[in-house]
Ligand binder design. Structure first.
Ligand SMILES: *Cc1c(COP(=O)(O)O)cnc(C)c1O
Length: 394
């Protein structure tokens, strides 16, 4: 890699993309689990977490080992099986798509719109109209709310209703976001959240599935603990009539997530403030555009800025996004591209993709900057100064 007068002096300690940020109560809930020996996949933290999450979302839910497990169970609840097609955005993390393959179903990828970077409702409408004409509708639609920004849910839901297709919302990256005063992840038939270590809040790992249908939540809970039916003799002589999994969250992890949930709003505001500082401090850098915040014509919409994303115009900025990521890495700053679209992935190359140019452009030009809610102003200043130097506008 070229080193020149513009190369920033490396930061003394690596400035990471998105790190855990504990609130304080987590240790108490974990200590309670140890004190009372609830070191299992049952216990008071799990019950409390599900109750508290229910108050937040207004929906029943089940705490699971990961967001990926939640997506997998969600697809099973929708009856997705071998040979079924599931519409899903191409611009996402592989964790959205892989569970479709776990069920030997077929993803049909769809491009993003420029306003949200998420599933394009107009493409979806055209695709479903075409498929309805030939009597080949997909089994389900999945939408992903990337980087803390909601997809445009109302037109997507309208299309799903028109063809009676269920909607699964992957809100793993969007806890705390709002779509016209509502929480993305709570408008569809199934919603999925993640508490992976780099998300808005974390349990070190973990996920949660919500649904307006209590019977579905009950089924997911049962499947998550090996699908044990009630035993007629009442002696735990397990009866199995369905396929189960070991997907339940641990009561220790639930204690961490419980503590984190208490500071969710603070974390969202901190990440939004991080984004705002980048936006203001880099506004005069040519060819460095912030991701737009889609308001959907309603003041009650909110991007959480889980990750602060920008688009690099190579001609105006002076280097490509990839070169900028490399140069920041050399300066001890972690950044990464906007997700690599699934239709360009070796394992998903052979699947249909409707459009794709928008997501390819976002991947090629997009950069996600260090966005932790705990990012110090000094560290952020360092990142800003590094970008300004590299752009030659220091
Ligand atoms: C993190 C993530 C997931 C998966 O969540 P895990 O808890 O890590 O399994 C799913 N979809 C998207 C878009 C994600 O970013």
């Amino acid at each position: 890699m070229p080193s020149d007068s513009r190369s920033p002096v490396p930061a003394p300690k690596k400035i990471l993309l998105s790190v855990p940020h504990m609130g304080g109560a987590e240790r108490r809930y974990v200590a309670e689990a140890f004190d009372e020996n609830w070191l299992s996949t049952i216990g008071p933290n799990l019950n409390a977490l599900e109750a508290e999450f229910g108050r937040l979302t207004g929906l029943p839910g089940v705490a699971l080992g990961s967001g990926t497990a939640a997506i997998h169970l969600g697809l099973r609840l929708l009856g997705v099986g071998p040979g079924d097609e599931v519409v899903t955005p191409t611009l996402t993390f592989a964790a959205s798509t892989n569970p479709i393959r776990y069920e030997h179903a077929t993803p049909v990828f769809m491009d993003s719109d420029r306003a949200t970077w998420n599933l394009d409702p107009e493409l979806l409408a055209r695709f479903l109209a075409d498929r309805a004409r030939v009597n080949r509708l997909p089994k389900a639609v999945m939408v992903v709310h990337l980087f803390g920004q909601s997809a445009d849910l109302e037109p997507i839901l309208a299309e799903c209703r028109r063809y009676e297709l269920p909607l699964l919302e992957d809100a793993a990256e969007a806890l705390g976001a709002r779509y016209r005063d509502r929480m993305p992840g709570t408008l569809g038939d199934i919603g999925v959240f993640s508490f992976n270590g780099n998300k808005m809040i974390t349990g070190t790992t973990g996920g949660l599935l919500v649904s307006p249908r209590q019977d579905w939540v009950d089924s997911a809970r049962k499947w998550s603990t090996q699908a044990r039916d009630a035993d007629p003799l009442g002696v735990n002589n397990y009866v199995h009539t369905e396929l189960g999994y070991n997907y339940r969250m641990s009561n220790v992890v639930a204690g961490i997530v419980r503590g984190q949930l208490e500071v969710l709003e603070e974390r969202v505001l901190a990440r939004r403030a991080v984004f705002d500082r980048y936006r203001r401090a880099l506004a005069d850098v040519p060819g460095f555009e912030p991701q737009p915040e889609a308001m959907f014509g309603h003041p009650g919409s909110r991007h959480t800025r889980w990750l602060s994303c920008f688009l690099v115009d190579e001609a105006k900025f002076g280097m490509s996004a990839v070169d900028l990521i490399r140069r920041l890495d050399a300066a001890n700053v972690e950044s990464r591209p906007v997700w690599r679209p699934m239709h360009t992935q070796p394992i998903y190359r052979d699947y249909e993709c409707v459009g794709g140019a928008v997501s390819e452009d976002l991947n090629r030009r997009g950069i996600c900057l260090p966005s932790s809610s705990s990012l110090s102003e000094d560290d952020q200043r360092f990142v800003i100064d590094a970008i300004r130097r590299l752009a030659g506008v220091a």
